[in-house]
Design a binder for this molecule. Sequence first.
Ligand SMILES: Nc1ncnc2c1ncn2[C@@H]1O[C@H](COP(=O)(O)OP(=O)(O)OP(=O)(O)O)[C@@H](O)[C@H]1O
Length: 289
Amino acid sequence: MTLTIAQVSKQYRDVKVLDEISLTFEIGHIYGLLGRNGAGKSTLLNIINNRIFATSGTVVLDGQKVSDNEKALNHIFLMSEDNLYPDDLNILKLFKLTEHFYGSFDYEFAAHLVRAFKINTKTKFKKLSTGYRSIAKLIIALCVPADYIFLDEPVLGLDASHRDVFYKYLLDTFMKRPRAFIISTHLIEEITTIADEIVIIDQGAIMQSATTEQIKRSGVRVVGPEASVLAFTKEMTVMDQETLGGLTTIYVQNYPKNSIVPEDLTVSPLTLQDYFIHMTSKAGESNEI
Ligand SMILES: Nc1ncnc2c1ncn2[C@@H]1O[C@H](COP(=O)(O)OP(=O)(O)OP(=O)(O)O)[C@@H](O)[C@H]1O
């Protein structure tokens, strides 16, 4: 099963929020969708899930257009920040509502999650704290029978222990029933421990789509005297540059393996978070006051 996003654009009046996004999501992968505030992540997820319409482009599941196609949409689930659940229903009733829409619901796994998160299924959704609302929505997302599970900021308001529980059970259910999880998040270091594919979206366009390992290997920081750093990185892909205390740092993408490093320079790998920060550092510059 393949979900293909082909040249999807979204325009609000004269502002282009998404610009010809093309991507493919395959079953058996966990994708981390990264992007700075306002990059277009939620807009893309809402279009894929038929909550808003694209200005142009298509979303296709195994040859079938997804928009307004109930059968195809049954394979796709979006957990979003928007609260679409009736406030007055308790959690158990929300499970039943989901079962009604999707045809089945994994009550056995839900019971494990309910115990692990210590959530009371008789509590009404509106009475839950921010973190527990996220937990209730996460339990639903992990127990629907859909093959493509989109999670928009899933751990919003969750403390570190609850995030840990979530990641553990996400991997557990993913191993038992391979699906595609697409997780939009700002917690970059946490996502690298579970996602095997990373998509970086910047100002409405795909900046990079690669395996987590490729991205981790690709970025380095070169530090030393300015002239030496500039000479060494002259032919390389420079993402960003800064000078502090007489030392220059250049952030390089696709660092060529086996480079011979001059003695006055140090080269060290970037964490994915550093890679992301320096790769997307140009975003929003023109808006600065
Ligand atoms: N209904 C709308 N009308 C006009 N502009 C909109 C609308 N919805 C979103 N936008 C704009 O589209 C851009 C992308 O927003 P979106 O919510 O998709 O970003 P995001 O990557 O999810 O951001 P964040 O990480 O802050 O949640 C933003 O500039 C936003 O202001």
